[in-house]
Design a protein around this ligand. Structure first.
Ligand code: SAH
Ligand code: MG
Length: 213
């Protein structure tokens, strides 16, 4: 099904950035997940004056460039700590960013966002073992009607057969599973886990009007 339906999906917007990622093993988001997120952004951004995104884990800017390509009123703050990635992302943003992407060159856990910062979408895609910390640190900056999307919750297929993996991978699997549990048990957020790409979650704040079941 995936192969068949993908024939109908859009062409790559930044072929040379995509090629670079493949050549240097930069773990960019998978096409199907990206298409879904772009669709959600488009739908939401068309009803707003500005649509603001915080991305945790920029790498070479592949996902953030796709996000801003959806609609001219989309703005991204994206966080990256790796020097090499920062270099490449900076040059990609200079060419294609239209001044709408702000790269924060720091460890995400050390970043101090201005108190007035607020986002329509927070995209968590950095060190997977830190997901709970990222969620707790940045979720206060989410607008009431915003959403938090996390990537790689299927961890390249490792979630289903951890016993066959190395100790490091098993540790990572445990951490990601803890995060998935944390999300599904969260009192303030409703999360759906979408088995697309490498697995993403979409979390929204529970509303005061929510129907109790
Ligand atoms: N979102 C990108 C891919 C990000 S890959 C895309 O889909 O195109 C994950 C990136 O997160 C790596 O470049 C890594 O250096 C960065 N990263 C991991 N932990 C981080 C942290 N604590 N602070 C900032 N960046 C981090
Ligand atoms: Mg990812």
């Amino acid at each position: 099904m995936q192969n068949y339906l993908n024939n109908y999906n859009k062409l790559e917007k930044y072929p040379e950035i995509y090629q670079y990622a493949k050549e240097f093993n930069v773990p960019i988001i998978m096409k199907e997940s990206l298409e879904l997120i772009e669709m959600l952004i488009l739908k939401e951004a068309s009803n707003k004056k500005e649509y603001r995104i915080l991305e945790v884990g920029c790498a070479i800017g592949y996902s953030s460039l796709h996000f801003i390509s959806v609609c001219p009123n989309v703005f991204v703050d994206t966080i990256e700590r790796n020097e090499e990635m920062i270099k490449v992302a900076t040059s990609n943003f200079a060419r294609y960013g239209f001044g709408r992407i702000n790269l924060i060159k720091q460890d995400a856990l050390e970043v101090e966002l201005p108190v007035e910062a607020s986002y329509d979408l927070i995209f968590i895609d950095a060190a997977k073992a830190q997901n709970i910390k990222f969620f707790n640190k940045f979720s206060p900056f989410l607008k009431n009607d915003g959403m938090i999307i996390t990537d790689n919750l299927y961890f390249h297929g490792c979630m289903e057969n951890p016993e066959e993996q190395s100790k490091n991978v098993r540790n990572m699997v445990r951490k990601i599973d803890e995060y998935n549990k944390f999300l599904s048990n969260h009192n303030d957020y409703i999360t759906t886990f979408v088995p697309i790409g490498d697995g993403i979650s979409i979390s929204v704040r529970r509303g005061i009007n929510e129907v109790n079941s």
